[in-house]
Design a protein around this ligand. Structure first.
Ligand code: HEC
Length: 156
């Protein structure tokens, strides 16, 4: 009996470990035909993250326009709106499907927008803000180069 409960315990721990690995580190992915890692989502989850992406692009557009007008208050306002305080709207199910690298890069991008807001407010130099935006946008381009969103079961 002792042996059986030991085996059951080991199986139980293994199941938890695999679950934790899938949920925290691996996510739900497959290699896509274009070589990128496809993150497999439900259609509604994909719509949600793509909506966040369009907000990122609208923010970058607004920031570039505001820098050109030397309107640092506007830069700070737009950047803060997509900063760390804006995160947390994802469901647990969605978070579990995103690989750890993806989550890390995504959160780092939100944090960099907060940094951009601080720079705009504290330094107020358009050249500095433009340079930081250029660095921040390496997160956009590197993530897009490595990942795409597919709807689970459709192959696209
Ligand atoms: C952590 C990863 C990640 C980061 C960081 C990231 N994106 Fe994305 N973004 C994606 C993925 C994945 C897609 C879907 C691409 C695909 O399926 O081909 C996407 C799609 C988009 C789209 C298309 C939206 C639509 O409706 O189809 C836009 C626009 C976009 N991103 C803008 C940005 C901008 C601007 C930034 C940086 C400020 C950014 N993204 C940062 C992962 C990321």
């Amino acid at each position: 009996m002792k042996k059986l409960s030991l085996i059951l315990n080991i199986v139980f721990i293994a199941v938890i470990a695999v679950g934790a690995y899938k949920f925290i580190i691996a996510g739900s992915t497959e290699v896509a035909d274009d070589g990128r890692t496809a993150i497999l989502l439900e259609a509604g989850e994909r719509d949600f993250v793509l909506g966040e992406m369009r907000l990122f692009l609208e923010t970058v557009q607004g920031v570039v326009a505001a820098v050109a007008e030397n309107d640092m208050a506007k830069v700070a306002e737009l950047s803060t709106a997509v900063g760390m305080a804006s995160t947390g709207g994802e469901t647990a199910a969605l978070i579990g499907k995103l690989p750890l690298d993806f989550k890390t890069l995504g959160l780092a991008t939100h944090a960099l927008f907060d940094d951009l807001a601080t720079e705009a407010t504290d330094i107020g130099d358009p050249t500095v803000v433009t340079a930081s935006l250029g660095v921040l946008m390496e997160n956009c381009t590197s993530c897009h180069a490595g990942y795409r969103f597919d709807v689970a079961g459709t192959g696209k």
